[in-house]
Design a protein around this ligand. Sequence first.
Ligand code: HQG
Length: 183
Amino acid sequence: MTILTREQVRLSKRLSLVLRHRPEAAGLTLDANGWVPVADLLAALSITRADLDVVVANNDKARFAIAADADGIERIRANQGHSRRVNVDLGLAPAEPPAVLFHGTPRANLPSIMKDGLRPRSRHHVHLSPDVPTALVVGRRRSVDVAILRVDAGGMATAGHVFHRSANGVWLTAVVPAGFVHE
Ligand code: HQG
């Protein structure tokens, strides 16, 4: 993995914007599973295949996947993180979570989270991390004063909550009720 230049990081953020949140802003339409033909994306963003490949291959969190379908057309999608308003189904199979998962969040959110649980907010799912270091990175996007919450994923699964694991190792679930989240 090479470190991306500032220009490449900017492209990565544009890809997230287009493939997760606002495809229409680039004149693109995602299919039902979130895929768009690579050729269409290159044309829409006026970038080369080499520009795209370096960002996809060296993305710190493997945010994007490229796959060729039976029709031989290569398509790209975001592995997770879509806005709720973008109606895609990633088709991820339910998966058995580890007993405990983690969630990093600004400490200021704690009173609300302890009362209401974790909510997906503008996304399709609540995102949970497999370990504390990852949760810290997630929380630090928003604040220097981060709380790491422990989620009783095993207990949730027993209670019938469904979990998915995205292609880059993020755990996804619809909501975490207050009783299953602890500081
Ligand atoms: C908080 C990034 C108050 C929640 C990351 C979070 C992740 C509540 C914020 C991925 C709440 C939502 C997702 C409640 C949830 N009261 N605050 N009841 N319920 N919150 O960005 O988990 O770089 O939608 O704690 O690495 O921070 O985009 O979710 O602070 O994997 O690939 O509401 O995004 O990945 O924020 O991050 P987000 P997140 P990428």
